[in-house]
Design a protein around this ligand. Structure first.
Ligand code: ATP
Length: 164
């Protein structure tokens, strides 16, 4: 388990960028946290790492939004409005969940036992003006990503401050 302090929105986006790199754009990441905890802002950072510069909105009504740049794919799930875990099968989510893509899953508790164990579980919480993130690895791929995450994040922060 590792804890990260994310003081502002930029730090939240940087965390998402570092996460995408650490995961090498594959595997499953659960994003947990109450409304406004910063899940979608973190997801925006992942899409920035993918090269998407436009708006990134949580797919609250469509449940999943696919992103693809070159050979890299990200599926962004928001299961907040999933009425029944079985609905995942009806909407064809199994193919996306079983793919080689990076799957970011907001509100994974709504998926019940229809979701596989993730590689990383990230719990976000409000902390003063900023947010805290607790990341827990649940697979070897997740372990490896979690080892790399702090240095990738430090490098991003350093470069955004004008360092090389
Ligand atoms: N680390 C941070 N520090 C300060 N503000 C942040 C941080 N991360 C995100 N925010 C701000 O918090 C607000 C909510 O963020 P966001 O929409 O990402 O939350 P969410 O968890 O996806 O919420 P919901 O579940 O309602 O979709 C936004 O205004 C965003 O700019």
């Amino acid at each position: 388990m590792q804890k990260f302090v994310l003081d502002n929105e930029d730090a939240q986006v940087a965390f998402g960028r570092a996460l995408a790199a650490a995961m090498s754009f594959r595997g499953h990441v659960w994003l947990e946290g109450e409304l406004g905890a910063g899940k979608t802002t973190l997801a925006r950072g992942v899409m920035r790492a993918l090269g998407i510069t436009g708006a990134v909105k949580s797919p609250t009504y469509t449940l999943v939004e696919p992103y693809e740049v070159g050979a890299q794919q990200v599926y962004h799930f928001d299961l907040y409005r999933l009425a029944d875990p079985e609905e995942l099968e009806f909407i064809g989510a199994r193919d996306w969940l079983d793919s080689e893509a990076l799957c970011l899953i907001e509100w994974p508790s709504q998926g019940g036992d229809r979701l596989p164990t993730p590689d990383l579980r990230i719990r976000l919480a409000l902390a003063g003006e900023g947010r805290h993130a607790e990341a827990e690895a649940l697979s070897p791929h997740g372990e490896q990503a979690l080892t790399q995450l702090p240095s990738l994040l430090a490098r991003l922060r350093h470069s955004s401050e004008g360092g090389s």
